[in-house]
Design a protein around this ligand. Sequence first.
Ligand code: AMP
Ligand code: MG
Length: 328
Amino acid sequence: MIRSGGLVAFPTETVYGLGANGLDAEACAKIYETKGRPSDNPLILHVADYAMAKQAAAEITPMAERVLAAFAPGPVTVILPKRDEVPSKVTGGLATVGIRMPDNDVARALIRAAGTPIAAPSANRSGRPSPTTAAAVFADMDGKIPLILDGGPCRFGVESTIVDCTGERAEILRPGAVTREMLAEVLGELAPPLVFREDEAPRAPGMKYVHYAPLAPLTLIDAPRGKIGAAFRAAVREATAEGKCPGVIVSKETAEEIESLVPPEHIAVTGSAGDLSAMAANLYEALRSFDDKAATVLFAETVEEAGLGVAVMNRLKKAAGGRIRFYN
Ligand code: AMP
Ligand code: MG
């Protein structure tokens, strides 16, 4: 299907991808159309090995060599100068291309069998939470694509770390499971964290769009550990008084504290407090779990913005459209 210009959804260790031949502009146009994705939001090319990376990148910079040697295959994407063979449709008109080697047997078998780099954004409708199970792909893509490969739940659950390796210092364009600390160990000093400003053209084009949003509006609840229970009670009571029907996304510990505050089906548990891997792996399913429920507003617990917590908070803030309430 990939070779003949079709779309195939497939598992990776981060999230499920919606794949097409990355060197075929027409095939990639179908990705944009199927997702409803803005055409200036570039795609990442997935490769099976170094040889294939060189089919897409004009140059693997020394910086990228170090990143790939340390973390590929794995949840990291390097931005490199593109070869002419890569259609500008795929890169949103940029002279650079994002390349990643997924650490998932199904993904790599698919790429090898296709014999071409596979362009693949997350396999959700644009703006929705990324799918981390085949069922979540089906929910968004039923009737739109001919094939979903089911590889079970994704191990990491948040999209790859994107590192721009074209400049003087490496720059993280999107945080992920390969953390800033891990990158600094192999690269030394990195460019300071990106701050997005409304009036500037974004460096990571996709970052300007609404992302990961559940159907019911989400608000983040930020409170110190000892006061989380009280903060959720206040938020839930206020919403209920306004005639809304709240759902909550919380750690196991917070769920125990606020038991019976909302019906059990309106609580999604992401794992133990402080277990960032579990939070990352379960976040999108937790958001999606409310799609077919009666909750009309959602509240989610924040995590500390360090290590993998940077990636988790990046996704949570986007899913919440920036709505965050602080309780001290
Ligand atoms: P996804 O939507 O999960 O497939 O992620 C793709 C994201 O990678 C895009 O939204 C961009 O932010 C980023 N990206 C891909 N290619 C490039 C590139 N050449 N330069 C900068 N960012 C890129
Ligand atoms: Mg996506």
